[in-house]
Design a protein around this ligand. Sequence first.
Ligand code: GAL
Length: 844
Amino acid sequence: MREATKILVFRLVWFLCIHVPPMFCANVTYDHRALLIDGNRRLFISGSIHYPRSTPQTWPDLIQKSKDGGLDVIETYVFWNFHEPVRGQYYFEGRGDLVNFVKLVAAAGLYVHLRIGPYACAEWNYGGFPLWLHFIPGIKFRTDNEPFKAEMQRFTAKIVDMMKQENLYASQGGPIILSQIENEYGNIDKPYGAAGKSYIKWAASMATSLNTGVPWVMCQQPDAPDPMINTCNGFYCDQFTPNSNAKPKMWTENWSGWFLSFGGAVPYRPVEDIAFAVARFYQRGGTFQNYYMYHGGTNFGRTSGGPFISTSYDYDAPIDEYGIIRQPKWGHLRDLHKAIKLCEEALIATDPTITSLGSNLEAAVYKSGTVCAAFLANIGTSDSTTNFNGNSYQLPAWSVSILPDCKNVVLNTAKINSASTTSSFITQSLKLKEDGGGALEDSSSEWSWISEPIGISKNGSFSKFGLVEQINTTADRSDYLWYSLSIDFEDDVSAQTVLHIESLGHALHAFINGKLAGSGKGNSGNAKVNVDIPITLVAGKNTIDLLSLTVGLQNYGSFFDTWGAGITGPVTLKGLKNGTTIDLSSQQWTYQIGLQGEDLGLSSGSVGQWNSQSNLPKNQPLTWYKTNFVAPSGNDPVAIDFTGMGKGEAWVNGQSIGRFWPTYVSPNSGCATSCNYRGSYSSSKCLKNCGKPSQTLYHVPRSWLQTDSNTLVLFEESGGDPTQISFATKQIGSLCSHVSESHPPPIDMWNSDSESGRRSGPVLSLECPNPKQIISSIKFASFGTPSGTCGSFNHGSCSSNKALSIVKKACIGSSNCKINVSIDTFGDPCRRVTKSLAVEASCT
Ligand code: GAL
């Protein structure tokens, strides 16, 4: 740039900085209490959305739903291996269009926390590291190692520069108020010793030197050097304190649920517990909290980490995998955010004064000048009543009451005013597109297929004495590596031979003389495979073809990049004639990286010699299948139900929707019928779907579909029946709410000027998810002591006989309705009992 242009640009930026709204050109700093925007302390609610886990078409909607849910900030990692698949070759298009994502967040008026890492973890393949990094001579990841530091610095600087070029830092008028370097290194740094300590110092000064103009954080890094803010990750962070009194208390990952693994049950986290954790955090001095995840999304393609991370990354987040608001989680947290914001002025003004109100009861008061806000917590597992400032307060077990005026309760974390919804997948028959046009019902003849050869079939195979490690061999270009051996037996071989295989993981299929003899798989706790497969050998030449496969590369742990995979042995034949065992491990094996079909590009559906005779092979291992289909009509989110298939990968119109594995079933035990939110949560506390396949439904983004003809290609490893595949659309079913006489009034009735709003009683509100809908039926209504959950409410021993007609009158025909939960509305069916109103409605 010429000097004159530079001056002009500078003047322009200066002009904009002075004249545009406060969000822009902000000076972001921090002190002991909070992040400061232009010198003003701010209280922030943030949520994670990882841009490659959804499609750009859905980003605006996801961001809007986040804003409506009360978020101020969107947090995302930057995924190095997604952006630099080949060293020096960058990809920032499509789902990788980071700049567009950040701009969309800004357009919605929200801020961004950019976690550059560039190590991410995140259940993402190899923790976000590109595989080529592993092959740089002398490299050691995440430690004081020159080749690693050079690459880490190069990529971090590249991202920072990109953001600067687009003026995306708050200091330039953009939305980015915070950045992260590294990720939870403090959790795993011990084995790295002194080199780990100096690495963190280096990372901090390298990041600082990039001059972003906004603060940097290091999460789970108690020794984060100044000026890095060390932050907390976990299910609870109220007990956390940063490593300096000059830094604010920040929570970068509040896990809203947990991730799913193939072979695991589906985790969920009750909203009462998350709300409790969030309220406790702000009660004890926190001023920035982020939901990990607010929208989890989908691990498309081969992006999932692991091993064994499922394709769904739903996370039980407030916005579900398909972009639908999860109720009452989203709504209750939105109410909570409003309640906390009502306290913002007091919260940022001072430190809390914390006192005990009795066993397991704790009050925090933020009082400064004329403002006063209080949080009353019951951290025990039984309900309590307590006295505070001369008034009596009921405090349900494991809950926090929020008092924005130190007197009236605007919200209790265990009392949900928000309505809940049920949603379900409705099966749509797989309509297959006939060449001539019309849609056909499912029929085998509409599938075509190609058999993937067993063993070595393509050029570029190589032979070597001994067994090789898989990741070093494939560089993760494919999940698959063939290990093949041909072995001669001169005379009769015993019928009871056992092929013993030991592998670092993650799964394998063994073929003897061209037939699948057995398989083995690890699990998310232990990726190793150790199998004994009974086989039959023949006199003369025998072929042993072992297909080893990875299911997402390790993303967490000390030195995780070196853990390895594949059949490293020993591989033996046990019980040969005379009971002898022979070790095949150091024989000359022939290796093939990947599949023939991968090299041919069969996934596109447009190349290859597809067989379309009527004898469609079913339950045949190593088969590619292809069909055409018509997209389910409407706008509801689409999934493919892979029940009937074994394991593999699927592509819709050439785009990989991820690995499918509906035959991996979770253990039978570990699921409680209902999960008690009271008491500490852990990732295995609340599980559902025990004894069932971990994942049968796989998201197909609407934007990947054409209305008319679409191609679906599958690669099936172990054997399945594609004619059983169906489509499903996700639809909202019932709308429910259950509000008691002891609930606080709706949060929106809080008005600091009028006592009346605060004194009004509890209200049950229903609102159809879509504003164009109306409430068409009331399936259940009971005032008294009803119990149960949405879809299965029951009347209790006490119930008003007027409830149904009153609710019908108030709600039917409207898109929303509100009913006072009070004996003034319903009469009193049972005196001296706290009553509640439960309603199930449906909208059309
Ligand atoms: C954290 C990590 C995240 C994610 C999370 C579990 O330890 O920082 O990236 O992996 O665990 O979902």
